[in-house]
Design a protein around this ligand. Sequence first.
Ligand code: ATP
Ligand code: MG
Length: 331
Amino acid sequence: MKRILTGDRPTGKLHIGHYFGSLKNRVRMQDEYETFIMIADVQALTDNFNNPDKVRSNVYEVLLDNLAVGIDPRKTKIFIQSMIPEISELTVFYSNLVTIARLERNPTVKQEIKQKKDLFGESVTYGFLGYPVSQAADITILNADVVPCGDDQLPMLEQTREIVRKFNSIYGNTFNEPEPIISNFPRVKGLDGSSKMGKSLNNAIYLDDDSETIRQKVMGAITDEHKIKKDDKGNPNNCTVYFYHEMFSQNDTEDICNECKKGTRGCVDCKRQLADNIIKVLGPIREKRMELQNNKKLLDEILMDGYMAVKPIATEMMKKVRNMMKIDYFS
Ligand code: ATP
Ligand code: MG
């Protein structure tokens, strides 16, 4: 059975971008792959080191979101990154195999540094610049074959593959080169029309938003700026609402697209239809989430079970790594 490692940063609740970008694939694939989901608290601390309470509380939010969309803890192991210190150890060894220049070229990291000017000022921390190295350790400590993710993670996977190649060529064949798995919606736009819905960007529809909140958010979403009156002809390609219709209104997209282009569809009605469809999909997810959220004992058992599954694999892998690197003293 091939192995999946994927995960989320506990920096906020998960949203429809995560659902279509990664969660749906995880749920679909958990039957055919040995699946591990990591709650990346160490990575979250790289840009939230000054806010440990936020990271701590969101560990449970992210866990709940994964369970609510259909991740089955009997099939999929969910674990907390910091509980596996072997990952940090492997990160240290990997950091010899990556140059600063290579890290600075990573387009996702570059963009994130720009967005975090308030936190980092003129000079980014060593930890944040290095998070793709730690991500390489996350994936390879389990020797994962595939990583279902959004397209912002492609540069991380490329970097991981480079590190693996370098490690294998210097110390001998140890790790697989993992492959990304991208969904049909690898980068869901934000409500504000920006290129990425992000949990830290205040432009998201969260999986646990109630019907009223969903309606309000959809009504405020950006549409084609040239379609002002109800019967103006619109361009669905420039419309965030149409983008979401492609996710939530699959059977009707052709009609929606044609009516918009002809000017027979007003944006208000179009938004109402979208809100209804989103509510239909998210309603059951929200219900399941509410059911689970009061069962702290069950949530803790799931996390402990995940830890118990990962710990021996990580221990074994580090034994092998120390042996390959000739630092296996007294073993
Ligand atoms: P943060 O702003 O804290 O980094 P995030 O919204 O980017 O949060 P992550 O926890 O970093 O979320 O990412 C979890 C997974 O969801 C990754 O595989 C990522 O590629 C995917 N993902 C995140 N945002 C989107 C999006 N807008 N569209 C598609 N996939 C996404
Ligand atoms: Mg992210």
